[in-house]
Design a protein around this ligand. Structure first.
Ligand SMILES: NC(=O)C1=CN([C@@H]2O[C@H](COP(=O)(O)OP(=O)(O)OC[C@H]3O[C@@H](n4cnc5c(N)ncnc54)[C@H](OP(=O)(O)O)[C@@H]3O)[C@@H](O)[C@H]2O)C=CC1
Ligand SMILES: O=C(O)CCC(=O)C(=O)O
Ligand SMILES: [Mg+2]
Length: 741
């Protein structure tokens, strides 16, 4: 039986890169009993699956995400998962607009639900909002690290993006966080003795209870409840803004509005409404009329002003501008377009933005296009303190050195929508003052949270089987690497205290003799890891789902220049494998550059690296020796690719993604020709390697010649396949070799 590898079709830069690399993967695996199939999980594809009844037969798209969601629960799953857009509302609207222009009869997103029909539509769209793909596919925990060859390469060829930190103690950068009223302080957590159905209800001050959610919990499952007091949150924003103004530094806000799609847009909106308080309060009635909400960012408010008569618009704009003058300078995303940190909720995503603050010497960009010290607001203490620690460490000891620094790899607890990243359907904004309660089937109140109107309530679930597997994986990595493993858990946090008990319960199930295994609160774990990093020593972090996300961008960006170079393996609980490519996102800026000047700076190393364990899984599960040889030679090719420095350049008319992929292909063919484990493959690839080697200069030149002009691919969210393929495969010489294989 042929093995099947599923390659996910996604968005933006990695989607472009797929056009160049996938035909090569298909050609190389031909005749090896491996089928490579694609499934469309792009944002546009997911939007189209929502409205089959409004589309023609030819326009309809099958629900590939649902299909893959089932597949990952089966042992034969072998999925290569590239990063996709986790859409904010402005991104979703832009995607819908494009689809409408392309002739798809998709309804617009109703921002304000005025009737039941709107509410139904909103609910339908909510399936594709925010991080809607990863939680469905991640039926396993995560093992993210740099492959040994990649780390070695990074130390030998340190990336040049690190900016020095000012002399010890001189930087005014700091991480600001709340000192009370946050999720950290309020969190309560229970472990279920047995399976039960619980409900989350809200009881108002008059004693009226309303059930918001009913859930079936499993025995051993950890269930949490916590709240964010928005009055204290707003006080925190106000005080921190005043501090930034007084110190003359930038103010920045770091949240994860994509993955925390319900809570973080609200937290973001409060910041917008605090910063622009004078203008937004003065014009509250008008803004409400035109449907402008701070939760979508200042960009949305400004664009909605177009609905107003010119005079009114100008008046509100002038009042908004006064807020910039009286407030602290904001961190800027794009100075040419005056796009600040508060423009759209998904522009500054904490996992990618905070590492850049460390990398850039405690600074972010200001309106004058210069780097300037920033006060970085990460409101909730569950995760802020570890960022505070790395900032404090760099302020005191200077920048990290990628040529000598040790690594921090990660074993992340993420299976089955673990923790906060699965909490969207259990997150609520308090309708009035009152109490949220978690009540079991016997009517007993397990946990309760007193709240004020507008506070954000959140419950999280973590399944026992996921925790047990995570402990196993951490022990396994510890043994295989010989490096110490630190469980980043804080006994003072409700949830973490339950997890610590589980770690202590499950560790004795495994052979831990001679292994260094520690449990430390995030701040202390950071101190411990940084001390080792500066000595060139490696450490494994075993963390929950959020820290997994944060740390697997933070350390790779410092160590390797980008988290795209990470190996990201998800051994699925059912036995299959999900191989994520890199740990970063889909880099929208890269598409813009491609459209403007025909250069794609996306680095596909993550894709190359992910294909190795995917082929290894085929080899193991199907006893397929050819797959084993393909994996080994690809691994060798990646080594050569790094040694010869064939990574894409950031500048036009230099090697880009397409050229990089060509060189990887060349080295892979050469390695297949050079091996003698499989004579068929040797015979097949010897002439191919020769042809590619002989024509390498010509191919390289053809790929460079394709750059340096604007590109039209007929769409951003759903580009035209024929046009994109033509642009991403511009070398006739290379295409002839690949297509004849
Ligand atoms: N697994 C997933 O599905 C993930 C999806 N996302 C989604 O991706 C989008 C963008 O998120 P954002 O937080 O900006 O993160 P990105 O990781 O896309 O971007 C941060 C920066 O990292 C650099 N970078 C990332 N990947 C690569 C690569 N392969 N090659 C070269 N450089 C790279 C780029 O730097 P430079 O511009 O300097 O070249 C980029 O601007 C969002 O829609 C987000 O939801 C985000 C994280 C993971
Ligand atoms: O699903 C997402 O939106 C992002 C995922 C992510 O950032 C990660 O897993 O590192
Ligand atoms: Mg991430």
């Amino acid at each position: 039986m042929a093995a099947k590898i599923i390659w996910s079709e996604i968005d933006e830069a990695p989607a472009l890169a797929t056009y160049a690399f996938l035909p090569i993967v298909r050609a190389f695996t031909k005749g090896c009993d491996i089928e490579v199939e694609t499934r469309d999980i792009s944002l546009s594809g997911r939007v189209l699956t929502l409205f089959p009844e409004r589309l023609t037969e030819a326009q309809r798209v099958a629900d590939h995400l649902a299909e893959l969601g089932e597949l990952v629960k089966n042992p034969e799953a072998n999925v290569i998962k590239l990063p996709n857009i986790s859409a904010s509302i402005p991104q979703l609207q832009a995607c819908i607009k494009e689809l409408q222009q392309q002739g798809y009869d998709i309804p617009s997103y109703p921002e304000e639900a005025e009737n039941d029909e709107d509410r139904k539509l909103q609910e339908r769209f909510s399936k594709v909002l925010g991080s809607a793909v990863n939680p469905v596919l991640r039926e396993g925990n995560s093992d993210r690290r740099a492959a040994a060859s990649v780390k070695k390469f990074a130390q030998k060829n340190p990336h040049k993006m690190m900016q020095p930190w000012p002399p010890a103690g001189e930087s005014k950068c700091r991480v600001a966080f709340m000192d009370g009223g946050d999720f950290y302080e309020s969190e309560k957590s229970v472990t279920m003795d047995g399976a039960d159905t619980v409900k989350i209800q809200f009881v108002d001050e008059g004693g009226h209870a309303k059930v918001l959610k009913e859930l079936k919990l499993l025995a051993g499952e950890v269930f949490d409840s916590s709240t964010m007091n928005v009055r204290k949150l707003r006080d925190f924003y106000t005080a921190t803004a005043a501090e930034a103004k007084e110190k003359g530094v930038l103010l920045s806000l770091h949240l994860k509005a994509t993955m925390m799609k319900i809570s973080d847009p609200i937290l973001f909106g409060h910041c917008v409404s605090v910063y622009f308080k004078d203008a937004l309060e003065k014009h509250a009635a008008t803004l409400k009329e035109i449907g402008a909400s701070p939760n979508y960012g200042m960009g949305d408010i400004l664009s909605k002003l177009d609905k107003l008569p010119a005079e009114k618009k100008a008046e509100i704009e002038a009042d908004i501008n006064k807020c910039y003058e009286s407030g602290p300078a904001l961190a800027i995303v794009d100075s040419r377009k005056n796009i600040t940190n508060l423009h759209v909720p998904n522009d500054v995503i904490v996992d990618a933005s905070m590492p850049n603050v460390v990398r850039d010497g405690g600074k972010m960009w200001n309106l004058q296009d210069q780097l300037q010290d920033t006060i970085a607001m990460v409101p909730d203490r569950c995760y802020a303190t570890m960022y505070a620690e790395i900032i404090d460490n760099a302020r005191a000891n200077g920048q990290f050195d990628p040529s000598t620094m040790g690594s921090v790899s990660n074993v992340g607890l993420m299976a089955q929508k673990a923790e906060e990243y699965g909490s969207h359907d259990k997150t609520f904004e308090a309708p009035s003052n009152g109490t949220f309660q978690v009540v079991n089937s016997a009517g007993q109140v397990l946990m309760e949270q007193k709240v004020e109107k507008g506070d954000v309530y959140r419950s999280c679930q973590t399944k026992d089987i996921a925790i047990k597997d995570w402990v196993r994986l951490a022990v396994e990595r510890c043994r295989e690497s010989g490096e110490p493993v630190v469980f980043w858990l804080d006994e003072k946090r409700g949830h973490d205290a339950q997890i610590i008990a589980k770690v202590n319960k499950y560790l004795p199930d495994y052979d831990t003799a001679g292994l260094e295994i520690k449990v430390m609160a995030p701040r202390e774990a950071m101190t411990f890891s940084l001390e080792r990093i500066r000595k060139g020593l490696n450490t494994i972090s075993a963390t929950g789902n959020v820290l997994r996300d944060y740390l697997t961008d933070l350390f790779p960006i410092l160590e390797l220049g980008t988290s795209a170079r990470m190996l990201s393996i998800v051994p699925l609980l059912a036995g299959g494998g999900l191989f994520e490519t890199g740990a970063g996102g889909s880099a929208p800026k890269h598409v813009q550059q491609f459209l403007k000047e025909g250069h794609t700076r996306w680095d596909s190393l993550g894709e190359y690296c992910a294909l190795v364990p995917s082929l290894e899984l085929v080899a193991k599960n199907f006893n397929n020796n050819k797959a084993k040889v393909l994996a080994e030679t690809l691994d060798t090719a990646i080594g050569t690719y790094l040694e010869n420095q064939k990574l894409p350049s950031r500048k036009v008319n230099e090697l880009d993604n397409r050229g990089s992929t060509f060189y990887l292909t060349l080295y892979w063919a050469q390695a297949l020709a050079a091996q003698s484990q499989d004579q068929d493959l040797k015979a097949r690839f010897t002439p191919i390697a020769k042809e590619m080697t002989d024509n390498a200069d010509k191919i390289d030149a053809e790929l460079i010649a394709a750059q340096g002009r604007p590109i039209d691919i007929g769409g951003y969210f759903r580009p035209d396949r024929v046009k994109t393929e033509k642009e991403m495969r511009p070398s006739a010489t290379l295409n002839a070799i690949i297509d004849n294989m």
